[in-house]
Design a protein around this ligand. Structure first.
Ligand SMILES: Cc1ncc(COP(=O)(O)O)c(C=O)c1O
Length: 436
């Protein structure tokens, strides 16, 4: 595969091309095709952006119709028909059935921009600068979001001090049975703890980039109580695990918490088009007009596909059940890998259709992901040491393809460990043949 132009011309900052060194030409559903006609199963889904798969026909048709009709493409934050219809659909399909009341802000169309807006707003509301974020949290790579991001690889690239944020241990960080919200509250209430009073806490219910760390519902509820008792806002960053990834539309629904601010991006447009939202409890919507602007905050093509995705997938309750069922298949298969390949010393964690195969050795994780790619599976690693293989297939993947992907992963693990696959070893695991 000739990738010379990328090596020669594209900045050294490029990342995923290094993990998946091929020239992708087209994609559909849960499959990607490369220049040579090879087909890959996608367990990466644009890092959680393609929850409904690549080029989903219903969404594509809505986009084609809109473009054909000369619908407004770029609208800043002017009123457009596409935006109106998205707002109506979001209210009807998402907010009302969940009895949620949020005002909706459209920041620039990236996750980090939504986080920046959320942090700015929280600081304005409380008149305080400090924010509490959590170990292994990832919130984006612009100044404010980066300050709330734990991983030193990203932090070291800032080239300036990152401040106004205090890190606290996430659920499980100090081992099982330690409720880290107790520590947080003790720090908040002790005037000599050195912790500056925070405006807000920002948290992911499942840390995606941080290594598929899952907060328990109990911990999330305790965190909410700490926020209420200590006059801090609760911001849930649902950019990676929202839009159905854990089963429910919002990842915090089952925990029964009520965040003051929610950030959404990635899969909200449903089609991989850039879009982001900040949901704000009405009493906290104290923005002055245009105080947080952005040229591309009116990406109407994204509004069109976002509306189509909400209507298509979220009008009925069924979709959540399907996601949970496929999540169980994934978890079950990973548990089998963990049990039947003790040499790997694997463990498994996740919720819904974000699952992680945790290794104790980053080289093993990298080796398995690389071998899986060679065998036709696009999958990435995450976590502080890149030691967790993260499974993030489209929620719409059919069960046959899902199982096929899991098989490839198992075979890759067996290969790297130098043992025979325990299960399904008679099945030829990747040969979709030419797509041309
Ligand atoms: C939880 C979370 N927040 C924020 C971001 C940043 O989003 P973006 O890369 O679109 O800026 C990400 C990206 O992975 C994320 O997972």
């Amino acid at each position: 595969m000739n990738l010379n132009i990328f090596d020669r011309l594209e900045s050294e900052v490029r990342g995923y091309i290094r993990s998946f060194p091929t020239l992708f030409t087209k994609a559909r559903g849960a499959q990607m095709h490369d220049e040579s006609g090879r087909v890959y199963i996608d367990f990466f889904a644009g890092a959680g952006t393609l929850n409904y798969g690549h080029n989903t026909p219903t969404l594509k048709q809505s986009l084609l119709d809109y473009i054909e009709s000369d619908g407004v493409v770029h609208g800043l934050d002017m009123a457009t028909a596409a935006k109106k219809e998205f707002l109506e659909a979001f209210e009807r399909v998402i907010l009302k059935p969940r009895s949620l009341e949020y005002k909706i802000q459209f920041p620039g169309p990236t996750g980090t921009n939504a986080v920046e807006a959320a942090l700015k707003l929280a600081r304005q509301i409380k008149g305080r600068t400090n924010i509490v974020s959590f170990t292994n949290g990832f919130h984006g790579v612009t100044g404010g979001s980066l300050a709330a991001t734990g991983n030193s690889k990203f932090r070291n690239a800032a080239g300036m001090p990152l401040g106004n944020t205090t890190f606290m241990p996430y659920d499980g960080y100090l081992g099982e049975g330690v409720d880290t919200t107790v520590y947080l509250e003790r720090m908040l209430q002790d005037k000599s703890s050195g912790l500056d009073a925070p405006a807000a806490v920002i948290v992911e219910t499942v840390q995606g980039e941080g290594g598929v760390n899952v907060a328990s519902f109990k911990w999330l509820r305790a965190l909410e109580q700490v926020c209420r008792r200590n006059d801090m806002l609760l911001i849930v960053d649902d950019i990676q695990v929202g839009c159905g990834r854990t089963g429910s539309f919002f990842s915090f629904e089952e925990a029964g918490i009520s965040p003051d601010i929610v950030t959404l991006s990635k899969s909200i447009s449903g089609y991989g088009l850039p879009m982001a939202l900040v949901l704000i409890k009405p009493e906290y919507d104290i923005w002055s007009p245009s105080a947080h602007n952005g040229t591309f905050r009116g990406n109407n093509l994204a509004f069109v596909t976002a509306k189509a995705a909400l209507l298509h997938y979220w009008s009925e309750r069924e979709f959540s059940a399907v996601v949970r069922r496929k999540g169980e298949i994934m978890e079950g298969w990973l548990e089998h890998i963990a049990q039947d390949y003790p040499q790997g010393m694997f463990s498994v964690r996740g919720r819904g259709m974000i699952q992680g195969l945790v290794t104790e050795n980053p080289k093993l994780a990298a080796g398995i992901a690389q071998r899986a790619f060679e065998q036709g599976l696009v999958i990435e690693t995450s976590g502080s040491e890149d030691h967790v293989i993260k499974l993030l297939p489209p929620l719409t993947i059919d069960e046959v393809t899902l199982r096929h992907g899991l098989e490839i992963l198992e075979h890759a693990a067996a290969d790297v460990l130098g043992v025979q696959p325990q299960q399904m070893n008679k099945i030829k695991f990747i040969n979709f043949g030419s797509t041309r």
